[in-house]
Design a protein around this ligand. Sequence first.
Ligand SMILES: [Zn+2]
Length: 269
Amino acid sequence: MLSVIERLRSRFDVVEYGRLHRDADTYPLFAIKSREWREALPVVLVTGGVHGYETSGVHGALQFVEQHTADYAGRINLLVAPCVSPWGYERIHRWNPDAIHPNRSLREGCPTRESAALMQLVATVRERVLVHIDLHETTDADESEFRPALAARDGKPHEPGEIPDGFYLVDDTEHPQPGFQQAIIDAVAKVTHIAPADDNGEIIGSTVVAPGVIRYPFKQLGLCAGITDATYKTTTEVYPDSPRATPEQCNAAQVAAVRAAIDYALAQR
Ligand SMILES: [Zn+2]
């Protein structure tokens, strides 16, 4: 990841917006910004690795920056925080994947210190963010970040549930954008399969409001996708454990989602 960020320094402004200290280790927090930042242009915010071990969020964000940003030159200001929780990202390399078990402190939306640094980074541009796309995965090892948060909010025990096989999106209950979500689902469906609803018409316990789309109140739950008042907001959930999806496909699905999100938002202006 850091080698990719080094490569990007020739074309983008790379800012270190914070530093985490855990045990004896230090983890710099990097963001990538358009070099030709123009006040008149809308801001597109891409966040990945809020749960650091959800690797396609990190790699998908970087792949988008490396390979696709030229298409948007002069049309947007891009701000990308590809790995909000580098500690979690690094950890996956140290642990056998079978030994990974969910860390509760990372489950309730954005983790605290990482999230404080991110909020500070975003504060200067918050009013001009048109699109915020937060890139995640739902894995077999983790069940989901949302259900434990919901259970905690409602004061209920977290009941284990089914893991959906496929890609899905989480829209904001308080400011839903069905057309925006649909455009992303249509684009991702060309790359990987979309999660079907279960027998209850749900994905991870929430009503499916459109194919591959559920909703959560972003701000109320303190989810990362709620850190701005962007008109267009979504959370992607890639399923990397599917027998029908390769890691390359998972990264490509994240990239397709980012592209479709930006394309849709720009087309509405
Ligand atoms: Zn996540």
